[in-house]
Design a protein around this ligand. Sequence first.
Ligand code: ZN
Length: 350
Amino acid sequence: MAINAGSTTAATYEGVQYQADKYYRGGEAHSTTDPITGASDGTLFQTERFGSYSYAIPVTAGTYSIELHMAELYWEAVGERSFNVLVEGQLELTNLDLVSQAGHDSALSYIVENVRVTDGSLDIALEASVNEGTLSGFAVYSADGELDTSAPEPEPNPNCRGYVGITYDDGPNATNTPTLISQLRQHNLIPVTWFVMGQRVAGNQSLMTQMLSVGEIQNHSFTHPHMTTLGASQIRDELSRTNQAIESAGAPKPTLYRPPYGEQNGTTQSVAQSLGLRSITWDVDSKDWDNANTAAIVNAANQLQNGQVILMHDQYAATNNAVAGIASALQAKGLCPGRIDPATGRAVAP
Ligand code: ZN
């Protein structure tokens, strides 16, 4: 049994299939598109679950070996991360500083052997003393034990009673996006969904990489026209050029399209669908585009219910300043930022 930490998809590494992240308790997912050195294939290492958190894997009694994979995807200097790894409560790795051990964006693996499990749960815990702990994946081996398939499937995050879609339109924006991302990170309002304008993507590669590290990048047309005034071929051009720009910037192929001004009709929807895009608008409008102040934006976000999506823009100081208030309002209601499911248009666990 092997897990691709911080990823919603599987990855293969050295012939082992690492399944999408599960069995975790806490932590946050993050990813990079940077190449990884020191591994035959870097895909497994390009995602991580970070924080002080744990995994609890339901297993039968037996003796287990755990191969832990990690890489420093975020910090670049020695001393910026230090964490311990405990397996079944035993300290196995102490004061790990991945930059010091391997450098930035470089793969590192450890094997913990002869772990006796008798309590039905193989527990791996990360305890950070400087910033956060991190794991990119792990594989579990045993000659006499196995995954306990009778155990219930884990909740994605037991601290989340529901998920909401935090969305920002009209970026990338060289003067605003870095400030907004820094607020999102500081208050852990992650992941978000960015609906970008295709014409702003080229030339903003480093912004796109930063945006991708805190969420998904989706399609908001190329030039932000009134799409319902256009013919099908112009609509197709707006959407497909934007998809190409996003993919050229290293982001996954978009699965969602948000029509500018929320204006859509049968033609825009069917063209979007033919390009693999689900058209979605929003449940709650923050009115940041209409000069709503920070308190009004927070108040709008406070109306969100499980599965719903809020409209905001990557452009306004009032919106940036609302991140802290939105994070605490959602936390008070047990709601967590999620991703928007292209099958339903609803926010779900990331
Ligand atoms: Zn817009």
